[in-house]
Design a protein around this ligand. Structure first.
Ligand code: ADP
Ligand code: MG
Length: 462
């Protein structure tokens, strides 16, 4: 097996765009977990560094970190995502025990979510997302069986393209493939977004040769969320060449996306046809049976891992499964919330308890779109949407416009250029300026803080 020297090629991407207000987030921890858990644990977490897609949080000791990871990480991630949707993982740094950088290593974590040693590695496989804990149901059996076949090398579809909506298990499957063949292959696993960061960084550092080399070395190339290349011409160009050269040398390519190749928007036709050139399989929304199986399995995992006795009646399990309608990520989030509640209150839950808990959860995860933000913000300030989007610079229009851009960045997963386009085709630098301005004002100016909070609650409620 060819080993890659990651250190040499490593490119560490830092996106300086701090927008989170940690105090506000701490308040939400307190509300969600209750004062007891908050003061004994969560209050001691500090925000060390904020990147576009992940946070580095400071904790006092290893034990502390392990405890947080095993009990609260899913929920913490879900909550911080509520403040900044682009976040997809959390890393920890131990602040007092050891002053040197001490990030969690991939294999060190025993449970949950996407914590990986991003700094040392491109290949960010998560050992918790494997075939053994991927549960089969009608909605995913085809994708699962082809993923296994790719690993067994019995049939070769190249590329294997797995598509489906958010939270249905695509990243899990891709990870499982990577894990199961990494010993015999040079596996590269990367999200399209990361691929772009490395790409841009390499251009800036005038280091494209290394970049090309690095990605073209793999014998298995797994790329997650390819829809991200939408509208990014030079990235598509680079991807196209990487793709072709990997195919030429017979590397296996596995791709995921939120939709079928033909449905990708603003992606070159030649790329779409390459993507569709192997096998396209999709994952559908889970049925009730699969959701129940997943809940039961999760409960089992927690019991085994933490020697914790959990009793949820079948009735309650079916209720949770049937109420959680959109996807599996949400289902797991809901389950964690229910379990946290039963832990704190030390009681077996009834359907009525669940109803109450879930009412909150579902309110929080209502979908927030740029359109919705624009409508609510313009209503809030009593100006017309046309005026708010116009080129006029008068402050009574400019401020609401900036607030709407700021919220679009914080509360949706749209990229800066995408947001710019939605605001009458403005440039992404205008959006950056708006985000910075409003972040600063919302710290300095009580009136602004109040406005933002009120608008946020309107967005969540409606
Ligand atoms: P996607 O990449 O499609 O958005 P993920 O792979 O991140 O979705 O899945 C969301 C969450 O649901 C993850 O925690 C994942 O482990 C879990 N999950 C999804 N499908 C299954 C399954 N069939 N069995 C067990 N867990 C699953
Ligand atoms: Mg994913």
């Amino acid at each position: 097996m060819e080993k890659i020297n990651n250190k040499k090629n490593n490119v560490y991407i830092s996106e300086e765009e701090n927008t989170l207000n940690w105090e506000e987030i701490q308040n939400s921890f307190k509300k969600t977990f209750g004062t007891e858990i908050f003061t004994s644990w969560l209050q001691k977490i500090s925000l060390e560094k904020e990147y576009n897609d992940y946070l580095i949080l400071g904790v006092p000791t290893r034990f502390f970190r392990d405890w947080i990871v095993s009990r609260y990480l899913d929920k913490i991630l879900e909550l911080v995502k509520g403040f900044k949707l682009s976040l997809n993982r959390i890393e920890f740094k131990i602040i007092e025990e050891n002053k040197s950088q001490d990030f969690i290593k991939i294999n060190e974590i025993s449970k949950v979510t996407e914590i990986k040693d991003s700094i040392l590695n491109y290949n960010r496989l998560n050992s918790n997302l494997n075939f053994e804990n991927f549960i089969q149901g009608k909605s995913n059996e085809i994708a699962l069986s082809h993923s296994r076949k790719v690993c067994e090398n019995s049939v070769r579809y190249n590329p294997l393209y797995i598509c489906g909506g958010v939270g249905l298990g695509k990243t899990h499957l891709l990870n499982a493939i990577g894990l199961s063949i990494q010993n015999d292959n040079n596996v590269m696993f990367i999200s399209a977004e990361r691929f772009m960061y490395h790409f841009i960084k390499s251009i800036k550092k005038n280091d494209m040769v290394n970049f090309k080399d690095f990605f073209r070395k793999s014998s298995v190339f797994i790329i997650d969320d390819i829809q991200f290349i939408s509208g990014k011409e030079s990235l598509q160009e680079e991807f196209f060449h990487t793709f072709n050269s990997l195919m030429d040398k017979g590397s296996q390519i596995i791709i995921s996306a939120d939709r079928a190749p033909a449905k990708l928007e603003r992606v070159q036709d030649r790329i779409k046809s390459r993507l569709a050139g192997g096998l396209v399989v999709d994952i559908e929304a889970p049925d009730l049976e699969l959701k129940i199986k997943i809940i039961k399995r999760k409960i089992e995992e927690i019991q085994n891992q933490f020697k914790e006795h959990i009793t949820l009646s079948d009735e309650v399990i079916s209720y949770i499964a049937s109420e959680s309608k959109t996807n599996i990520r949400e289902l797991i989030g809901v389950l964690n919330r229910v379990l946290a509640f039963s832990r704190v209150h030390k009681k077996d839950l009834t359907i009525a308890d669940c109803k109450n808990i879930l009412k909150d959860v579902f309110n929080q995860i209502r979908i927030i779109t740029v359109d919705k933000i624009q409508n609510i913000v313009s209503n809030y300030f009593n100006i017309s949407l046309t005026d708010m989007l116009s080129q006029r610079r008068a402050r009574p229009l400019a401020r609401p416009r900036q607030i709407a851009m700021y919220l679009a960045k914080k509360m949706t997963s749209r990229s800066l250029p995408e947001i710019g386009r939605r605001f009458a085709n403005r440039d992404h630098t205008t959006v950056i300026h708006a985000v910075k301005t409003i972040s600063r004002l919302s710290e300095q100016d009580d009136e602004m803080k109040k406005n933002i909070n009120q608008i946020k609650s309107l967005l969540i409620e409606q």
